[in-house]
Design a protein around this ligand. Structure first.
Ligand SMILES: NC(=O)CC(=O)C(=O)O
Length: 271
C-alpha cells in the first residue's frame, strides 16, 4: 500500500484549503498513492478562535469536497482533522473516505492537547474542544488501519489497543510545534511503531512562521522495526512511502513482542 502524506501550509479559510487539498490529492494519485492523509486542522489555522469560527457539521462543503475527490480519484483519504460541530459541542475530528467517496470511519480526538511549557509552547484545546472516547479502526483492501489524532500518540494504551484490535498501520493527522517537535516527534512515531510492530504515518502541516501556532512539519512514516521509512523537512510537500506488510509479518515472527506480553500479570482494556 502506498501512502501519501500531504504536508500543506494551512491557509486562513476552509474554502482556500479545500482548493489546495484538491490539487495535492491529484498529485498524490499521479504519484501512485492508494491512501492519502491530511494534517491535523487541515481546514483552518491551529487556533482556538478559528476552531470556533470554522466548526462544521459532518456534511459541510469542506468534507463533502474531500469525499467527492476521494471517489473521483479512486483514493482512500484520511480527512483531518477539522473542528466538528456535533451535539452542541466542538470536537477535533478526522474522517476517512474510501475510494468510492463513502465515509467509513470517524475519530474524535481522545486526548486533548493542554500544555504549558514555560518559555515554550502553551495551548489549551479544552478551551474549545470536547474530548472523544473513540478507539478507531477501519478496514481496507490492505488490511485494518488505526486512526488517532496528534496528542493521542503520547498515550501508549491507545495505540496498543489499536494494534490488539488488528491495526497494521496507524494513521495520525498531527501538528507538533517548535517546542515538542524537535524533542518528541520522531521518537514518538518510532516508539509507537516499535511497541506495537506496526507502521505509523504522521501527517503534519508545513511550517508557517507567520502563524500563531508554528508547526514542526516533518511528516513521517515509521515501520514495525522502529525505523524511519521516510520523513519530510518543514516545507510544503507530499511524502509518499510504500508500507510493506510482509515486513510487518517478518518482524513479528523474528521478535514476537505481542506474543510475549504477560496477560496473566497485566492487561489493557477498552471501556
Ligand atoms: N497538537 C497536538 O495535539 C499535540 C502536540 O503538538 C504534541 O503532543 O506535542
Amino acid at each position: 500500500m502506498k501512502v501519501a502524506l500531504l504536508q500543506l501550509k494551512t491557509l486562513p479559510t476552509p474554502e482556500e484549503n479545500l482548493e489546495k487539498i484538491k490539487q495535492m490529492l491529484v498529485q498524490a494519485k499521479q504519484e501512485g498513492a492508494d491512501l492519502a492523509v491530511l494534517p491535523e486542522m487541515c481546514c483552518c489555522p491551529y487556533e482556538n478562535s478559528a476552531f470556533v469560527r470554522y466548526a462544521m457539521p459532518e456534511n459541510a462543503p469542506f468534507l463533502q469536497g474531500i469525499a467527492e475527490m476521494a471517489g473521483a480519484l479512486g483514493l482512500y483519504v484520511v480527512a483531518g482533522s477539522v473542528p466538528l460541530a456535533a451535539d452542541g459541542r466542538i470536537y477535533n475530528a478526522a474522517f476517512v473516505y474510501d475510494n468510492k467517496g463513502s465515509c467509513i470511519a470517524r475519530h474524535r480526538k481522545t486526548h486533548l492537547f493542554d500544555i504549558n511549557v514555560p518559555g515554550g509552547q502553551y495551548f489549551m484545546e479544552s478551551d474549545t474542544f470536547t474530548a472523544g472516547r473513540d478507539v478507531t479502526t477501519f478496514d481496507t483492501p490492505w488490511g485494518r488501519m488505526g486512526l488517532m489524532i496528534c496528542y493521542d500518540i503520547r498515550f501508549p494504551e491507545l495505540s496498543r489497543l489499536l494494534a490488539l484490535e488488528g491495526a497494521r498501520a496507524i494513521l495520525v493527522p498531527a501538528a507538533f510545534n517548535m517546542t515538542t517537535g524537535p524533542a518528541h516527534w520522531e521518537m514518538s512515531f518510532r516508539m509507537r511503531a516499535l511497541d506495537n510492530q506496526v507502521f505509523l504515518a504522521g501527517c503534519a502541516p508545513a511550517r508557517d512562521l507567520q502563524s500563531s501556532y508554528t508547526a514542526w512539519g516533518h511528516s513521517i512514516v515509521t515501520d514495525p522495526w522502529g525505523s524511519v521509512v521516510a520523513e519530510l523537512d518543514e516545507n510544503e510537500g507530499i511524502l509518499t512511502a510504500e508500507l510493506d506488510f510482509a515486513r510487518l509479518e517478518q518482524v513479528r515472527a523474528e521478535l514476537p513482542l505481542l506474543k510475549h506480553r504477560r496477560t496473566d500479570c497485566y492487561d489493557i482494556i477498552r471501556k
